[in-house]
Design a protein around this ligand. Structure first.
Ligand SMILES: [Zn+2]
Ligand SMILES: [Zn+2]
Length: 272
């Protein structure tokens, strides 16, 4: 629903009496799109807090189901636990899970992290991670998703992963994570129509500290950083009876979660 101009003006006068957070809540939301369950906490969590502290409404969108065959094998004991003695489950697990359990477990971690960050709304698209089998189709789906949110919230800020730079340190630079790359490509194709894009560098945390650069490096306040660490900790929670298997930590714990939890910065690139 849109307020009439006259009513909005009348409210504008009243808004001066309200706490600033309430007045600014009427601004278009900031929408953070996470390709997988963990990208938001790795690369965007401090920024999410920054927007909340400024009184912005924040919507967190999970773009894919995050199916992961490697995690299924690890949980079922078909391959060794990569965490060894650091495994919150003791390093030995042979469950009888199916891929849907992995998806639900990862999404439970995502929802817990999002709630802990105080986002206003969590949207789970429940869509296959098809960038590896149908790249162009996946780009179109992300593009349609951005346009759908822009239609619902005109003037919104759109926050995506960097994509083009999402290469594990030491890997060939022309081999970024395809799902992440597709997100960036979808947004880049819309930069002429929409202006408010920001790109967060998830894989930056695999690089040595002095190689972590961006158009804008956001320093996190101690409070923001503590909330980010709490969000990341949801990916290490072990409570199998309630569907929590520390899946994020089994997937990229040593590679990304530990370094991200030790670095109070986020790495943000601008459009163009
Ligand atoms: Zn990802
Ligand atoms: Zn384990």
């Amino acid at each position: 629903m849109e307020l009439s101009r006259r009513k909005a003006l009348a409210l504008g006068a009243a808004a001066a009496l309200l706490p600033t957070g309430t007045a600014e809540a009427a601004a278009p939301p900031a929408i953070f799109y996470s390709p997988h369950q963990d990208d938001e906490s790795l690369a965007m969590a401090g920024s999410i807090r920054e927007h909340k502290e400024a009184g912005r409404r924040v919507i967190l969108v999970l773009l894919t189901r995050g199916e992961n065959g490697g995690l299924l094998d690890i949980m079922n004991g078909a391959s060794d636990c990569p965490l060894g003695t650091d495994c919150p489950g003791g390093g030995n697990h042979d469950f009888n899970l199916v891929q849907d359990d992995i998806v639900h477990g990862r999404t439970a971690e995502f929802i817990a992290a999002g709630r802990g960050l105080g986002v206003d709304q969590i949207v789970v698209r429940d869509r296959p991670d098809s960038a590896w089998t149908d790249y162009a189709g996946f780009v179109r789906e992300v593009r349609d998703t951005i346009l759908e949110f822009e239609a619902r919230y005109p003037g919104a800020s759109h926050k995506l992963v960097n994509g083009y730079r999402d290469v594990i340190h030491g890997s060939p630079p022309d081999e970024p994570n395809l799902t992440h790359k597709a997100c960036r490509e979808a947004a880049a194709g819309l930069e002429g129509r929409l202006s408010d894009f920001r790109y967060y560098w998830v894989y930056g945390y695999t690089y040595p500290q002095d190689e972590r650069t961006a158009d804008f490096v956001l320093p996190l306040s101690p409070r923001q950083f503590a909330r980010k660490q709490q969000a990341l900790a949801e990916y290490s929670r072990w409570d199998p009876r309630h569907g929590r298997y520390a899946l994020g930590y089994h997937s990229v714990g040593k590679l990304m979660i530990d370094p991200a939890a030790a670095d109070p910065h986020e790495y943000i690139d601008l459009p163009g």
